[in-house]
Design a protein around this ligand. Sequence first.
Ligand code: ATP
Ligand code: MG
Length: 420
Amino acid sequence: MIRGIKGVKDLLPEETPRWRFIEETARRWADRYGFHEIRIPIFEVTTLFARSIGASTDIVEKEMYTFQDRDGSSLTLRPEGTAGTVRAYIEHNRAAVPVPQKYFYFGPMFRHERPQAGRLRQFHQFGVESLGMADPRADVEVIALLWRILSNLGLQGLTLEINNLGYPADRDSYRPHLVTYLRQYESSLCANCQRRIEANPLRVLDCKVPECRAMTETAPRLADSLSEAAQAYFTGVLHGLDVIHIPYSLNHRLVRGLDYYNLTTFEVTATNLGAQNAVGAGGRYDGLVETLSGPPTPAIGFAVGLERIAMLLPESALRTTAANVVVYIAAFGDQGSGVGLSALEDLRASGIPAVSDFRSSTLKSHLRQADRLACGFTLILGDDEVQKGTAILRNMVTKSQYDLPLSSLPVAIQPLLRSS
Ligand code: ATP
Ligand code: MG
């Protein structure tokens, strides 16, 4: 037997309604906020990710699915959606379009990580990117969209954490202070963090290892090295969130794993997700478009993990979406079978979901399948009915039955389905 790949999951039909519900909710809110869908490729040249995400990040260092194409070029399965979206923005000269470019995307992402609950090698994200506006209200708009989607889905126990990463110059002046501090305690840091002191010292701040956390509790804080401009910008964002009543909590450790962030950075965590408690995260990335050889373009975005949202989605959220009434066609006998095939098509053509199990040849076995398929109605069509030019509609709950004329089946059936 050939099995699926480790950390790569199938979504069986029982689970897809949850996913559709999540996707439809996200789409609806994205529309309301004026974001438009973009569909970008699943693989890109490797340098796109190496250059945008940053060489010393976990993703680029050890998580990418990179392979050689037949012509020898290096390609990578996308580990996230921002790099490809920005590549498309530059390639199609969207900076020349005189309105803000606000995109959303859905799709699979690929990272070679240790699979566990809430952590897969092929996982799915919904994300948005707002390109072109350097205004705290653009940050507020993006964060509000994230918060509305998650709240509207009925997810419980969520916290929005937010931090100010300042401008690159702010971090440049802060970094030596942090490095000096970390060097003092180098031996008590985890191996990963010891390596990070050189490569990416800010990442030490959000290490989850308790010893590292204890060590960095008294480390110098970026907040104390921020320029006035960076502080003013962040105050504007927090003020905007207050005005529209989005609750947040400040987290000075929040630095994010990707190199391209500046100023506003945020993450939504859930108390009941266990170790993988991040639902989604994002931030401002004003330098990225230029890094990828595009025109200077301020930007901000977020991405949420759909697997983690699906884990958090309460059953009650789904029950509010009433399923369509489905009609089961119980056709049997020589003539009944043929007429049943037409009836299936006629109902579907007039917008009524209709199914049958073509393995069943008796009324009894048809009715059992109708129950198993949770069909609200069964249309009974045997040779006798065909002779009379009728079909019998059976309400599977009340068991009441109605004779319907075969000649105008869809029209006759409609009011009966609606009154159920
Ligand atoms: P984490 O701290 O969980 O590793 P991250 O910082 O690597 O998250 P991002 O790159 O910010 O994650 O991606 C945004 C969201 O995508 C995460 O908050 C999470 O919900 C989801 N996500 C990231 N990696 C995975 C994965 N391997 N499997 C499932 N979901 C993931
Ligand atoms: Mg990660």
